[in-house]
Ligand binder design. Structure first.
Ligand code: ATP
Length: 273
């Protein structure tokens, strides 16, 4: 892999389902994610976020535009890309242990047995699940299962980690813990992350940069730098003036009528309908 300043380049990406007279899900998306950056995409429900991620990850062939990963065109699913989905219960194998789940994609990438074990143990330690390596996913809480999904993605040492609403199916407290876990692991592994979320506050809390999408067919209405520094805290960051200002700006761009003032409790966040 060539280490360039741009990890992901999306240029004029569009996708129409169902042929010429079908449904235009995304129109003309152009943006870049820099190497080492954590970028969030926030947009209204149904605007085409999943379609965009499918196009970027090579799961579908977009009907227009180009995607390049570290300078190479994406054509099919790149082996150095990993995706974490919202629905952890369907993405983990219930009959495999936690460790075997984490090792699984390494096997198909040709990583030898000893290294698979070493990498799995390293990432499981990082997500705080060393003690659960021999358990099965169904023996774990939802938040723990999503930690396993994150560990599995990290074990592949992806050039780019794509995350599709990864924390949307867990309770508020667990969500904050997982957000902080993501901030810690991206620092540890120097990861480049593109995360899609409905949650304005989450996008600002996590990101170095937020791309705000329009309604379907999606285009980018704003590319916002988030000058909150690398160290973030669920209470003090969220009550800072910069955070509150950015939150209102994104809500305005998305035309969210109920954004109001910053939440008194970190558990209240702004969801886009
Ligand atoms: N396989 C498909 N065939 C036809 N239309 C589709 C298909 N997948 C998605 N769509 C349509 O494309 C549009 C964008 O869908 P997509 O799932 O990408 O949006 P989204 O922003 O991820 O939605 P949500 O926020 O609800 O998860 C929607 O109108 C959807 O109905």
């Amino acid at each position: 892999m060539t280490r360039t300043n741009t990890m992901l380049e999306v240029s004029g990406l569009g996708h129409r389902y169902g042929g010429a007279n079908g449904h235009q899900a995304i129109a003309d998306l152009t943006f870049e994610v820099r190497t080492g950056e954590l970028a969030c995409i926030v947009g209204p429900s149904g605007c085409g976020k999943s379609t965009m991620l499918r196009g970027i990850s090579g799961l579908i062939k977009p009907t227009s535009g180009d995607v390049t990963l570290h300078g190479e065109p994406v054509d099919g699913v790149p082996s150095d890309l990993a995706v974490v989905f919202q629905d952890y219960s369907r993405s983990l194998f219930p009959w495999k242990s936690v460790r075997a789940n984490v090792e699984f994609p390494l096997q198909s990438r040709g990583v030898g047995r000893a290294e698979r074990r070493e990498r799995a143990d390293e990432v499981l330690e990082w997500v705080g699940l060393s003690g659960a390596a021999k358990k099965y996913p169904w023996q774990l809480s939802g938040g723990m299962q999503q930690r396993v999904s994150i560990a599995r993605a990290l074990a592949c040492r992806p050039a780019l980690l794509l995350m599709d609403e990864p924390f949307a199916s867990v309770d508020a407290q667990t969500r904050f813990e997982l957000e902080d876990l993501l901030l810690r692991v991206r620092k540890q592994f120097d990861s480049t992350v593109l995360l899609v979320t409905h949650d304005i506050d989450e996008s600002i809390y996590l990101a170095d940069r937020v791309f705000v999408l329009s309604k379907s067919p999606a285009t980018i209405v704003k590319d916002l730098e988030i000058p909150l520094g690398r160290e973030r805290d669920q209470i003090t960051t969220r009550e800072s003036e910069t955070f509150v200002h950015l939150r209102s700006e994104v809500a305005r761009l998305l035309d969210v009528k109920s954004a109001g003032p910053a939440p008194a409790s970190a558990a209240e966040t702004t969801q886009i309908m």
